[in-house]
Design a protein around this ligand. Structure first.
Ligand code: ADP
Ligand code: MG
Length: 721
């Protein structure tokens, strides 16, 4: 029997696992996390206070203190079933990395003892040579080291104590996603605090917050194994879409919705234990597509939690005979997956700086931060675009489902009106009447709650959604740190600029409110080109955006290149987010990853066509030929069957040609001299060649006897509920 049918039968045996409803949240939340509260139970008061102080100061933790904390951590971890520990970090390859060491150590006298010292907590040397560094680590300094980030608590994962760390080279360059994120957070704090203090003297700290929304697909495990392309590349490289009007056949999948629910509950329980504050939901735009989102958190914790959750999903799905697809575009002709990043700024006094308030004063503060964010995005839209660039996301952006590759900001009807009013101000000194009017009628009237669901523009890549901004163009498999680092940085830079402008206005003799209004008015005028509330998918917008001078970087190589302009390098280096070497190395790593990913896809596609599709269509062609021959020999009219044979033969011919063409171009890419040349050939030649081959193969799929077709079909993978 055709393997495909065996796999389809296998799905019938996949029954839902009985997952009791989610236990009381408070009973399991952070059960597996070594919170400060737990530390307090294991150390004396003085140690605990010293730890809190060290954590707050960002200066690092001394050896003695580290020893005491390590010992506490070990006791707690072992009491809770851990046998190993690992430094857990987020390398540039994506995903997370771990190297497990046992607590158990042999003493010289042969005795074994459970050990975990302060040194082991604070610093480790993973074998880093397998992680990409873009040339940062040359042979004499072949190893990077991981260093504990006390801002993110340790947790037990399986039987391993995981210690969140940053990953840096011996010369101090960042080799991970986390280090620049932490730097950007500090810089943002530095420049946001003075601005916040204009409105409230008590503010001492400003922290960015992030709430992500993770989209994903679930596919039956048996069917997944029937798709070598999904297994090897995370997306289908072939496959005819099911006809739009065709009822999806759910015959094989009777039990699946329950299985999905069981998976979601299981995931929710495990995530809560790890302190990830999820509130699961499922809204499928496409069949089999779901979403999970947490309550927002401080940005570095939210980034860790998203990475951890992606890992957790992959671990839990097989328990339910599922595979999770985190790729941005697993299926052609259907919606792909994104990861909205909701971002805001929170003060240590508990105020959301992007939330309008109930008084003119609070609203002026809101407006100040709001306008500065818009201005920052206006000035650095190319950096935002580059921060979300990846081979997978290229399939989504601009594909009439996700935001386009053109970055614009949607601020909603109400804020558009406010901007209009402020624009008409003359600037400079205000009469008392004018001041009152402004306060009462412009800022005073911004309602406390701006959430207006009719007002939401789903096609906007960067939208204000009532009390936060939402980057919608992030890909589902991305590490959020990349766009978040850029956003923190450009806003920090903008707020720095704002304070300089503010002081100039004050020196000119303006009063506080007058100075602020004058500057905001200028910023609004300067940022007009980035504001757009129409249909981001339309051709008209593409033309309009070009007129406004907005970039439209359609592919990853273009976007990455654009981000390497001198003025952008200057921005990052001057604020200490990335060094010049780090920027160069990241560019190299990303470009290499892009090339490698697509070359693997091309290879898998070529193999699939050579080993699966071609032999199948030849067999079918033989059958039809035999049929025509026998009709002919019986003296019957073979007419339409002969036409079928002709079409089939000509398509097989085209398939062969397209396959040869693809192989030829792959050679061309591989032998190109520089990475830039390789990327260029991929964009201009390889991707179109892959599309050509797919197109003809998909046509053949529609012609060939269903029982012969070797690959699990789209309609079989994508069941209705
Ligand atoms: P939608 O799916 O319509 O975009 P949701 O309410 O489902 O909206 O998701 C909103 C997301 O925004 C959640 O992840 C939530 O945690 C996040 N969020 C809410 N407030 C803030 C904030 N102040 N800072 C960052 N993220 C926030
Ligand atoms: Mg959203």
């Amino acid at each position: 029997m055709n393997l495909r049918f065996i796999l389809l039968q296998e799905t019938l045996r996949h029954k839902p696992v009985d997952i009791k409803s989610v236990p009381k949240r408070s009973d399991i939340f952070e059960k597996n996390v070594f919170t400060d509260e737990k530390l307090r139970r294991y150390v004396d008061n003085r140690t605990f206070k010293a730890y809190l102080k060290a954590k707050e100061s960002d200066k690092g933790i001394d050896r003695k203190l580290a020893g005491q904390i390590a010992s506490a951590m070990k006791s707690w971890a072992m009491e809770n079933g851990a046998t190993h520990y690992t430094h857990w970090f987020q390398p540039l390859t994506g995903g997370t990395a771990e190297k497990h060491d046992s607590f158990l150590e042999k003493l010289p006298d042969g005795q074994a003892l459970e050990m975990f010292s302060g040194d082991q907590l604070v610093q480790q040397e993973p074998d880093a040579s397998s992680f990409p560094s873009g040339g940062l680590r040359n042979t004499f300094e072949a190893r990077g080291y991981t260093a504990w980030d006390p801002g993110s608590p340790a947790f037990i994962y399986g039987t391993t104590l995981c210690i969140p760390t940053v990953f840096v080279s011996y010369t101090g360059e960042a080799l991970d996603y986390k280090t620049p994120l932490l730097r950007s957070k500090q810089v943002l704090d530095k420049y946001a605090v003075p601005v916040a203090q204009l409105f409230n003297r008590n503010v001492e700290k400003v922290m960015p917050t992030l709430g992500w929304e993770q989209e994903y697909f679930l596919i039956d495990e048996a069917l997944f194994t029937g798709r070598p392309d999904l297994m090897m590349t995370g997306r289908t490289l072939l496959g005819h879409p099911p006809a739009k009007t065709q009822q999806l056949d759910d015959h094989y999948f009777g039990s699946i919705p329950e299985r999905v629910m069981a998976f979601m509950r299981d995931l929710e329980i495990e995530a809560l234990k790890l302190g990830i504050p999820v509130k699961t939901r499922h809204n499928e735009v496409a069949p089999n597509q779901y979403e999970v989102a947490p309550v927002f958190e401080e940005i570095n914790l939210a980034v860790d939690h998203n990475s951890l959750l992606m890992d957790l999903m992959n671990k839990i799905a097989p328990r339910h005979h599922f595979r999770v697809l985190l790729h941005e575009k697993p299926f052609a002709f259907m919606n792909g997956s994104g990861k909205h990043n909701n971002w805001s700024l929170m003060t240590d006094t508990g105020i959301n700086l992007l939330s309008p308030g109930d008084s003119p004063k609070r609203n002026l503060r809101f407006l100040t931060f709001f306008v500065n964010v818009v201005k920052a995005v206006n000035d650095y839209e190319e950096l935002i675009r580059a921060s979300i660039a990846s081979a997978g996301n290229d399939h989504r952006l601009g594909a009439n489902e996700a935001p386009p590759a053109i970055i614009s900001v949607f601020i909603g009807h109400y804020m558009t009106e406010v901007f209009k009013k402020i624009k008409t101000l003359k600037g400079g000194k205000l009469t008392p009447d004018k001041k009152t009017e402004l306060k009462l009628n412009v800022v005073g009237k911004i309602p406390e709650i701006l959430l207006d669901n009719t007002d939401r523009n789903r096609t906007s890549p960067f939208a204000f959604t009532g009390n936060k901004f939402e980057i919608r163009a992030v890909g589902s498999s991305a590490n959020c740190a990349s766009p978040m680092t850029v956003l923190n940085t450009i806003v920090a830079h903008q707020l720095k600029q704002f304070m300089e402008d503010y002081r100039k206005q004050i020196d000119k003799g303006l009063q506080k409110d007058e100075a602020i209004f004058t500057i905001l008015k200028d910023y609004i005028i300067q940022s007009e080109r980035i504001l757009f509330d129409g249909n981001g998918y339309s051709e008209a917008w593409h033309k309009e955006a070009a007129k406004r001078g907005l970039s439209n970087l359609r592919t990853t190589p273009e976007a990455l290149k654009a981000a390497m302009k001198p003025e952008y390098k200057e921005l990052f280096t001057s604020l200490g987010i990335y060094s010049e070497a780090e920027l160069e190395s990241r560019y190299q790593v990303q470009l290499e990853q892009y090339i490698e990913k697509i070359l693997i896809e091309a290879q898998v596609l070529a193999d699939l066509v050579s080993n699966h599709i071609l032999p199948t269509v030849l067999r079918y062609q033989n059958q039809v030929a035999a049929n025509v021959l026998s009709l002919h020999s019986l003296g019957m009219n073979e007419g339409s069957n002969k036409d079928l044979l002709n079409t089939l033969t000509s398509r097989i011919h085209t398939l062969n040609e397209a396959l040869d063409g693809l192989k030829h171009i792959m050679d061309e890419v591989e032998t190109a001299k520089t990475e830039e040349q390789k990327a260029d050939k991929i964009v201009k030649k390889l991707l179109p060649a892959m599309n050509r081959l797919r197109e003809i193969s998909d046509k053949l799929e529609m012609m060939v006897d269903d029982e012969m077709w070797p690959l699990v079909k789209y309609r079989e993978m994508l069941f209705t509920r």
